[in-house]
Design a protein around this ligand. Structure first.
Ligand code: WQD
Length: 353
Protein backbone atom coordinates (compact mmCIF):
# COMPACT_ATOMS: atom_id res chain seq x y z
CA UNK A 1 0.00 0.00 0.00
CA UNK A 2 1.62 3.29 -1.12
CA UNK A 3 2.02 5.83 1.66
CA UNK A 4 0.17 9.07 0.83
CA UNK A 5 2.00 12.34 1.54
CA UNK A 6 0.77 15.94 1.45
CA UNK A 7 3.37 18.27 -0.10
CA UNK A 8 2.60 21.92 0.60
CA UNK A 9 4.21 24.29 -1.88
CA UNK A 10 4.08 21.44 -4.38
CA UNK A 11 4.00 23.66 -7.49
CA UNK A 12 7.13 25.48 -6.35
CA UNK A 13 10.75 24.89 -7.27
CA UNK A 14 11.87 22.46 -4.57
CA UNK A 15 8.37 21.13 -3.99
CA UNK A 16 7.90 19.99 -7.58
CA UNK A 17 11.31 18.33 -7.70
CA UNK A 18 10.56 16.55 -4.43
CA UNK A 19 7.21 15.29 -5.76
CA UNK A 20 9.08 13.71 -8.69
CA UNK A 21 11.48 11.99 -6.31
CA UNK A 22 8.71 10.79 -3.99
CA UNK A 23 6.75 9.32 -6.91
CA UNK A 24 9.86 7.59 -8.23
CA UNK A 25 10.37 6.06 -4.79
CA UNK A 26 6.93 4.56 -4.29
CA UNK A 27 5.05 7.32 -2.49
CA UNK A 28 1.65 8.72 -3.43
CA UNK A 29 1.39 12.51 -3.36
CA UNK A 30 -1.14 15.31 -3.18
CA UNK A 31 -0.12 18.97 -3.37
CA UNK A 32 -1.45 22.12 -1.70
CA UNK A 33 -0.30 25.39 -3.19
CA UNK A 34 -2.15 28.70 -3.72
CA UNK A 35 0.22 29.53 -6.59
CA UNK A 36 0.92 32.96 -5.12
CA UNK A 37 4.61 32.45 -5.99
CA UNK A 38 4.43 29.54 -8.43
CA UNK A 39 2.51 28.22 -11.42
CA UNK A 40 0.37 25.04 -11.57
CA UNK A 41 2.08 24.38 -14.89
CA UNK A 42 4.95 22.90 -12.90
CA UNK A 43 2.77 19.85 -12.15
CA UNK A 44 2.40 19.32 -15.89
CA UNK A 45 6.17 19.04 -15.93
CA UNK A 46 5.98 16.51 -13.08
CA UNK A 47 3.47 14.50 -15.15
CA UNK A 48 5.77 14.58 -18.20
CA UNK A 49 8.58 13.13 -16.08
CA UNK A 50 6.63 10.57 -14.03
CA UNK A 51 3.48 9.92 -16.06
CA UNK A 52 1.49 10.73 -12.94
CA UNK A 53 -1.12 13.49 -12.62
CA UNK A 54 -0.89 15.18 -9.22
CA UNK A 55 -3.92 16.83 -7.62
CA UNK A 56 -3.19 20.31 -6.31
CA UNK A 57 -5.47 21.98 -3.76
CA UNK A 58 -5.29 25.69 -4.61
CA UNK A 59 -5.63 26.70 -0.98
CA UNK A 60 -4.30 29.53 1.15
CA UNK A 61 -2.80 27.68 4.11
CA UNK A 62 -3.34 30.83 6.16
CA UNK A 63 -7.08 29.99 5.95
CA UNK A 64 -7.56 27.27 8.56
CA UNK A 65 -10.92 25.96 7.31
CA UNK A 66 -9.62 25.60 3.74
CA UNK A 67 -6.49 23.87 5.06
CA UNK A 68 -8.47 21.55 7.33
CA UNK A 69 -10.73 20.53 4.44
CA UNK A 70 -7.74 18.96 2.66
CA UNK A 71 -7.11 16.65 5.60
CA UNK A 72 -10.80 15.87 6.04
CA UNK A 73 -11.02 14.82 2.38
CA UNK A 74 -7.78 12.81 2.32
CA UNK A 75 -8.07 10.36 5.20
CA UNK A 76 -5.21 8.17 3.90
CA UNK A 77 -2.57 10.85 4.51
CA UNK A 78 0.31 9.59 6.68
CA UNK A 79 2.80 12.41 6.34
CA UNK A 80 3.37 16.04 5.40
CA UNK A 81 6.31 17.81 3.76
CA UNK A 82 5.88 21.52 4.34
CA UNK A 83 7.56 23.77 1.76
CA UNK A 84 4.94 26.51 1.42
CA UNK A 85 6.52 29.80 2.52
CA UNK A 86 7.82 33.07 1.11
CA UNK A 87 11.60 33.04 0.80
CA UNK A 88 12.89 36.31 -0.66
CA UNK A 89 15.38 37.66 1.86
CA UNK A 90 15.22 41.25 0.57
CA UNK A 91 11.40 41.33 0.44
CA UNK A 92 11.25 40.01 4.01
CA UNK A 93 13.28 43.02 5.20
CA UNK A 94 10.79 45.40 3.52
CA UNK A 95 7.66 43.43 4.59
CA UNK A 96 8.40 41.56 7.84
CA UNK A 97 4.74 41.22 8.89
CA UNK A 98 3.84 39.62 5.55
CA UNK A 99 6.55 37.02 6.21
CA UNK A 100 5.60 36.37 9.84
CA UNK A 101 1.94 36.01 8.92
CA UNK A 102 2.40 33.87 5.83
CA UNK A 103 5.22 31.60 6.95
CA UNK A 104 4.18 31.06 10.55
CA UNK A 105 0.37 31.01 10.30
CA UNK A 106 0.53 28.38 7.55
CA UNK A 107 2.85 26.25 9.67
CA UNK A 108 0.58 26.49 12.72
CA UNK A 109 -2.43 25.45 10.62
CA UNK A 110 -0.58 22.42 9.25
CA UNK A 111 0.49 21.36 12.74
CA UNK A 112 -3.08 21.81 14.06
CA UNK A 113 -4.38 19.56 11.29
CA UNK A 114 -1.70 16.95 11.93
CA UNK A 115 -2.77 16.94 15.57
CA UNK A 116 -6.50 16.68 14.78
CA UNK A 117 -6.10 14.00 12.12
CA UNK A 118 -3.33 12.09 13.96
CA UNK A 119 -0.75 12.41 11.19
CA UNK A 120 2.57 11.42 12.72
CA UNK A 121 5.26 12.17 10.12
CA UNK A 122 6.49 15.67 9.27
CA UNK A 123 9.36 17.08 7.20
CA UNK A 124 10.01 20.83 7.41
CA UNK A 125 11.79 22.98 4.84
CA UNK A 126 14.34 24.89 6.88
CA UNK A 127 17.45 26.74 5.82
CA UNK A 128 21.11 27.29 6.60
CA UNK A 129 20.05 30.87 7.18
CA UNK A 130 19.27 29.80 10.78
CA UNK A 131 23.03 29.76 11.39
CA UNK A 132 23.38 33.46 10.59
CA UNK A 133 27.04 34.37 10.13
CA UNK A 134 28.65 31.22 11.61
CA UNK A 135 31.75 31.52 13.79
CA UNK A 136 33.17 28.31 12.34
CA UNK A 137 32.66 26.59 9.00
CA UNK A 138 31.69 24.06 7.85
CA UNK A 139 28.62 24.20 10.10
CA UNK A 140 27.29 21.10 11.80
CA UNK A 141 23.73 20.62 13.13
CA UNK A 142 25.12 21.53 16.56
CA UNK A 143 26.40 24.91 15.35
CA UNK A 144 24.39 27.55 17.23
CA UNK A 145 21.37 29.28 15.69
CA UNK A 146 22.68 32.85 15.65
CA UNK A 147 20.79 36.08 15.07
CA UNK A 148 18.88 35.69 11.82
CA UNK A 149 20.10 38.07 9.13
CA UNK A 150 16.53 38.74 7.92
CA UNK A 151 12.86 38.29 8.89
CA UNK A 152 12.82 35.40 6.40
CA UNK A 153 15.59 33.72 8.37
CA UNK A 154 13.76 34.49 11.62
CA UNK A 155 10.63 32.69 10.34
CA UNK A 156 12.77 29.62 9.72
CA UNK A 157 14.29 29.79 13.21
CA UNK A 158 10.86 30.34 14.81
CA UNK A 159 9.40 27.57 12.67
CA UNK A 160 12.03 25.14 13.92
CA UNK A 161 11.35 26.11 17.52
CA UNK A 162 7.58 25.72 17.05
CA UNK A 163 8.06 22.21 15.63
CA UNK A 164 10.44 21.27 18.46
CA UNK A 165 7.76 22.31 20.98
CA UNK A 166 5.08 20.46 19.00
CA UNK A 167 7.26 17.32 18.98
CA UNK A 168 7.76 17.58 22.75
CA UNK A 169 3.99 17.84 23.28
CA UNK A 170 3.25 14.99 20.84
CA UNK A 171 5.78 12.18 21.51
CA UNK A 172 4.09 9.86 19.00
CA UNK A 173 4.87 12.26 16.13
CA UNK A 174 8.24 12.21 14.34
CA UNK A 175 9.64 15.29 12.63
CA UNK A 176 12.71 16.14 10.56
CA UNK A 177 14.00 19.66 9.94
CA UNK A 178 16.04 19.87 6.75
CA UNK A 179 18.42 22.84 6.64
CA UNK A 180 18.98 23.58 2.95
CA UNK A 181 22.09 25.35 1.77
CA UNK A 182 21.81 26.99 -1.65
CA UNK A 183 19.40 25.08 -3.91
CA UNK A 184 20.17 25.47 -7.63
CA UNK A 185 19.94 23.69 -10.97
CA UNK A 186 16.98 21.87 -12.51
CA UNK A 187 15.73 18.38 -13.30
CA UNK A 188 17.85 16.99 -16.20
CA UNK A 189 14.70 16.67 -18.34
CA UNK A 190 14.19 20.49 -18.22
CA UNK A 191 10.45 19.82 -17.70
CA UNK A 192 10.66 21.48 -14.25
CA UNK A 193 12.97 24.10 -12.80
CA UNK A 194 13.18 27.40 -10.98
CA UNK A 195 10.68 30.00 -12.23
CA UNK A 196 11.27 33.33 -10.48
CA UNK A 197 8.07 35.39 -10.70
CA UNK A 198 9.87 38.73 -10.87
CA UNK A 199 13.54 39.64 -11.21
CA UNK A 200 15.45 36.73 -9.59
CA UNK A 201 17.28 37.35 -6.33
CA UNK A 202 19.30 34.13 -6.19
CA UNK A 203 22.68 33.89 -7.90
CA UNK A 204 22.17 31.00 -10.33
CA UNK A 205 18.93 32.25 -11.93
CA UNK A 206 20.55 35.68 -12.19
CA UNK A 207 23.45 34.01 -14.02
CA UNK A 208 21.24 32.06 -16.44
CA UNK A 209 18.96 35.07 -17.13
CA UNK A 210 22.07 37.14 -17.84
CA UNK A 211 23.39 34.48 -20.21
CA UNK A 212 20.09 34.32 -22.09
CA UNK A 213 19.82 38.10 -22.28
CA UNK A 214 16.93 38.79 -19.89
CA UNK A 215 19.34 40.61 -17.55
CA UNK A 216 22.18 42.89 -18.72
CA UNK A 217 24.90 41.65 -16.37
CA UNK A 218 25.53 39.88 -13.09
CA UNK A 219 26.35 42.32 -10.31
CA UNK A 220 28.70 40.64 -7.83
CA UNK A 221 27.62 41.95 -4.44
CA UNK A 222 31.09 42.72 -3.10
CA UNK A 223 34.56 41.32 -3.64
CA UNK A 224 36.18 42.77 -0.52
CA UNK A 225 35.20 39.99 1.87
CA UNK A 226 37.86 38.03 3.83
CA UNK A 227 37.69 35.02 1.46
CA UNK A 228 40.08 33.50 -1.09
CA UNK A 229 38.92 35.77 -3.90
CA UNK A 230 37.03 38.42 -1.91
CA UNK A 231 33.54 37.21 -2.84
CA UNK A 232 31.14 35.33 -0.56
CA UNK A 233 31.26 31.56 -0.15
CA UNK A 234 28.19 29.32 -0.47
CA UNK A 235 27.33 25.61 -0.67
CA UNK A 236 25.45 25.09 -3.93
CA UNK A 237 23.28 21.98 -3.74
CA UNK A 238 21.54 20.53 -6.81
CA UNK A 239 17.78 20.62 -6.38
CA UNK A 240 17.49 16.91 -7.31
CA UNK A 241 19.93 15.95 -4.54
CA UNK A 242 17.95 18.16 -2.20
CA UNK A 243 14.68 16.55 -3.32
CA UNK A 244 16.02 13.06 -2.64
CA UNK A 245 16.96 14.09 0.90
CA UNK A 246 13.23 14.59 1.57
CA UNK A 247 12.39 11.08 0.41
CA UNK A 248 15.15 9.63 2.56
CA UNK A 249 13.96 11.73 5.52
CA UNK A 250 10.45 10.26 5.16
CA UNK A 251 11.85 6.74 4.86
CA UNK A 252 13.80 7.40 8.04
CA UNK A 253 10.70 8.63 9.88
CA UNK A 254 8.71 5.54 8.90
CA UNK A 255 11.54 3.25 9.99
CA UNK A 256 11.33 4.72 13.52
CA UNK A 257 14.92 3.99 14.56
CA UNK A 258 16.07 7.19 16.22
CA UNK A 259 15.75 8.16 19.90
CA UNK A 260 14.67 11.75 19.16
CA UNK A 261 11.30 12.54 17.56
CA UNK A 262 12.57 15.84 16.16
CA UNK A 263 15.85 15.68 14.21
CA UNK A 264 17.83 18.27 12.26
CA UNK A 265 19.91 17.58 9.14
CA UNK A 266 22.15 19.82 7.04
CA UNK A 267 21.50 19.29 3.35
CA UNK A 268 24.50 20.70 1.54
CA UNK A 269 27.37 19.25 -0.49
CA UNK A 270 30.07 20.17 2.04
CA UNK A 271 31.91 22.14 -0.67
CA UNK A 272 32.13 25.92 -0.41
CA UNK A 273 32.43 27.88 -3.65
CA UNK A 274 32.81 31.63 -4.03
CA UNK A 275 30.49 33.79 -6.12
CA UNK A 276 33.28 34.33 -8.63
CA UNK A 277 33.98 30.59 -8.82
CA UNK A 278 30.26 30.03 -9.43
CA UNK A 279 30.29 32.51 -12.31
CA UNK A 280 33.37 30.90 -13.84
CA UNK A 281 31.86 27.43 -13.34
CA UNK A 282 28.88 28.51 -15.45
CA UNK A 283 31.19 29.84 -18.16
CA UNK A 284 33.33 26.69 -18.28
CA UNK A 285 30.33 24.31 -18.05
CA UNK A 286 28.30 25.96 -20.79
CA UNK A 287 30.91 27.75 -22.90
CA UNK A 288 28.92 30.97 -22.38
CA UNK A 289 30.93 33.97 -21.20
CA UNK A 290 29.05 36.12 -18.72
CA UNK A 291 28.89 39.90 -18.40
CA UNK A 292 29.44 40.85 -14.77
CA UNK A 293 30.70 43.71 -12.68
CA UNK A 294 31.65 44.16 -9.05
CA UNK A 295 29.06 46.09 -7.06
CA UNK A 296 28.37 47.01 -3.47
CA UNK A 297 27.90 44.41 -0.73
CA UNK A 298 24.26 43.31 -0.21
CA UNK A 299 23.03 44.00 3.35
CA UNK A 300 22.39 40.83 5.31
CA UNK A 301 24.70 38.64 3.25
CA UNK A 302 26.57 35.97 5.18
CA UNK A 303 30.31 36.04 4.38
CA UNK A 304 30.87 32.31 4.13
CA UNK A 305 28.87 29.18 4.90
CA UNK A 306 28.93 25.59 3.82
CA UNK A 307 27.77 22.33 5.34
CA UNK A 308 29.20 19.49 7.31
CA UNK A 309 26.80 16.84 5.95
CA UNK A 310 28.12 13.80 7.83
CA UNK A 311 24.87 13.35 9.78
CA UNK A 312 22.66 13.19 6.67
CA UNK A 313 25.11 10.76 5.10
CA UNK A 314 25.29 8.49 8.15
CA UNK A 315 21.67 8.61 9.38
CA UNK A 316 19.68 9.16 6.15
CA UNK A 317 22.08 7.43 3.79
CA UNK A 318 22.05 10.60 1.70
CA UNK A 319 24.88 11.12 -0.80
CA UNK A 320 24.89 14.22 -3.06
CA UNK A 321 25.50 13.03 -6.60
CA UNK A 322 25.25 16.16 -8.77
CA UNK A 323 28.26 18.43 -9.28
CA UNK A 324 28.56 22.21 -9.67
CA UNK A 325 28.94 21.51 -13.40
CA UNK A 326 25.59 19.63 -13.33
CA UNK A 327 23.99 22.58 -11.57
CA UNK A 328 25.14 24.92 -14.31
CA UNK A 329 24.30 22.71 -17.28
CA UNK A 330 20.82 21.78 -15.97
CA UNK A 331 20.04 25.37 -14.96
CA UNK A 332 21.11 26.57 -18.39
CA UNK A 333 19.08 23.87 -20.21
CA UNK A 334 16.01 24.89 -18.17
CA UNK A 335 16.54 28.62 -18.87
CA UNK A 336 16.74 27.86 -22.58
CA UNK A 337 13.58 25.72 -22.39
CA UNK A 338 11.51 28.59 -20.93
CA UNK A 339 13.09 31.25 -23.18
CA UNK A 340 10.05 31.29 -25.47
CA UNK A 341 7.64 31.46 -22.54
CA UNK A 342 6.88 35.18 -22.84
CA UNK A 343 7.14 37.03 -19.57
CA UNK A 344 3.47 38.02 -19.73
CA UNK A 345 2.54 34.34 -20.21
CA UNK A 346 4.62 33.32 -17.19
CA UNK A 347 2.89 35.98 -15.16
CA UNK A 348 -0.53 35.42 -16.75
CA UNK A 349 -0.50 31.68 -16.14
CA UNK A 350 0.51 32.47 -12.60
CA UNK A 351 -2.15 35.14 -12.12
CA UNK A 352 -4.93 33.20 -13.87
CA UNK A 353 -4.75 30.31 -11.48
C1 WQD B 1 24.26 33.82 -2.92
C2 WQD B 1 25.51 34.68 -3.05
C3 WQD B 1 25.09 37.02 -2.87
C4 WQD B 1 22.80 37.48 -6.54
C5 WQD B 1 19.23 32.79 0.19
C6 WQD B 1 18.51 32.46 1.46
C7 WQD B 1 18.59 30.97 1.70
C8 WQD B 1 17.99 30.28 0.53
C9 WQD B 1 18.76 30.65 -0.73
C10 WQD B 1 15.68 29.70 0.26
C11 WQD B 1 25.54 35.84 -2.04
C12 WQD B 1 25.62 36.66 -4.26
C13 WQD B 1 23.54 36.91 -5.51
C14 WQD B 1 23.42 38.44 -7.38
C15 WQD B 1 25.45 38.20 -6.15
N1 WQD B 1 16.62 30.63 0.42
N2 WQD B 1 24.84 37.27 -5.33
N3 WQD B 1 24.73 38.76 -7.16
O1 WQD B 1 21.42 34.82 0.02
O2 WQD B 1 23.00 32.79 0.05
O3 WQD B 1 20.57 32.47 0.35
O4 WQD B 1 18.67 32.07 -0.87
O5 WQD B 1 15.80 28.52 0.17
O6 WQD B 1 17.86 30.67 2.86
O7 WQD B 1 19.14 33.13 2.52
O8 WQD B 1 21.41 33.11 -1.88
O9 WQD B 1 21.66 33.21 -4.30
O10 WQD B 1 20.72 35.24 -3.10
O11 WQD B 1 23.14 34.69 -2.90
O12 WQD B 1 26.64 38.52 -5.96
O13 WQD B 1 22.80 39.00 -8.34
O14 WQD B 1 25.51 35.26 -4.35
O15 WQD B 1 25.69 38.24 -2.42
O16 WQD B 1 26.86 36.05 -1.63
P1 WQD B 1 21.69 33.40 -0.32
P2 WQD B 1 21.66 34.09 -3.11
Amino acid sequence: MRKQILVTGGTGYIGSHTIVDLLENGYEVISADNNSRSTPGMLEGVEKITGKKIKNYKVDLCNFDETRAIFEENTALVGVIHFAAYKAVGESVEKPLLYFHNNLTSLIHILRCMEEFSIQHFVFSSSCTVYGNPDAIPVTEESPRKNAESPYGLTKQMGEQMIEAFAQAHPSTRSVLLRYFNPAGAHPSAHIGELPIDRPQNLVPVITQTAIGKIKEVVVFGNDYPTRDGSCIRDMIHVCDLAHAHTLALNHLFEKHSESNCEVFNVGTGNGVTVMETIHAFESSTGHSLAYRIGQRRPGDVIAIYANNDKAREVLGWIPRYTLNDIMTTAWKWEQSIKDLPKHLELRSHLLN
